[in-house]
Write a protein that binds this ligand. Sequence first.
Ligand code: SDX
Length: 355
Amino acid sequence: MTDEIKVPKGLANVVVDRTSIATTGASGNLLYRGYRAVDLADRKSFEEVAYLIVYGNLPSGDELVAFRARLNENMKLDERTIKVMDILKEKDIMRNLRSIVSLIPYRNGDINETFIQMEAKLPLISAYSAHAAYGKPMKNMEGEFFAEKFFSMIADPHKKKYWKSLEKLMILYMEHEFNASTFALRVAASTLTDPVSAVTAALATLKGPLHGGANSEVLSYLSGIRDEKDAAKFVEDKLSKKEKIMGFGHRVYKKKDPRAQYVKEELRRIAPDDPKFRAAEYVENYMFEKKGIPANVDLFAAVLMDFLGIDEVFNLPVFACSRIFGWNAHYSEQVSDNKLIRPAAEYSGPEERDL
Ligand code: SDX
């Protein structure tokens, strides 16, 4: 075909569609519907930002009350779901999320109603699957707010006074334009498949270590780093083996990930002497000064969740329980002005030949 356009591998820097939900590119700030995400993390609740992402504006008082109520009334698991998790005892919680989300019924034609079912239940599915797989006691869901309830099920109750730090992190994880899992969701949505199937595609994509899966590997290397010397040795060792260091680098942020910087300052405020926080700073300084590769959100997110007593099996589920609101907005945006996403390919196989 003559009208084919060749683009860089991985679609790097290729604009494939328009979106009004968020942008990472403008002023180096991540904007959610025009507001800086870091300002929203500072001053708004998780539910207010989720409403903004899904509906396009911050909610009025009444809209917020109604939205919170819809989430709360759906934050429960039915017997069938619990039975399936008790049978599966799946230790990989992301696999479990992908399997169990598929059980959520799709109410034909009502996108937001189906998404609210998934949004409300994902934190419970995460918490309960750890209980079913690892035998951990199922902590009671307590509190009034979405992030507070999630905190009560997965974090250290003695750190309860820091639950808003988890809320801020979840606000910053909520949406990120055409990242891999969101784009996978949009490809699925472009076929007009149902929202539950599209979210399953997104969860499967988020699981990859080059995308969401990074944050659970960060802690393992930080625990072995006590000073700059250790940091330098660790980095040089990894790079000499051509291995990627989790929590660093980004397709869009080449200088700094504003989310990483925000979470770093939140850690400096609540846990300045945490050894893993100091280790993360040592590695961050070396990676940027010597290699020009910035930390991404996952580096300090892993340290924060560790400080809050959140087991690392929940690191990626926390990301998913937040990003589903971004996926909600992208699913609606895709189907509202849809064209099937089906790129071309340059053929490099054998010439045509007779059998
Ligand atoms: C997230 O896209 C999003 O928005 C994602 C995300 C979101 O909110 O949805 O922001 C969340 O996924 C954050 C990223 C989490 N992933 C990791 O931390 C995994 C480690 N990071 C790398 O795999 C990498 O940085 C990527 C995949 C994130 C980005 O890779 P790119 O844009 O394809 O860049 P690249 O791999 O071509 O790297 C450019 C150069 C390479 O060197 P050369 O081969 O050209 O010599 O930088 C090097 C890379 O080797 N490099 C790294 C590195 N990241 C880049 N080297 C070591 N460790 C790293 N982490």
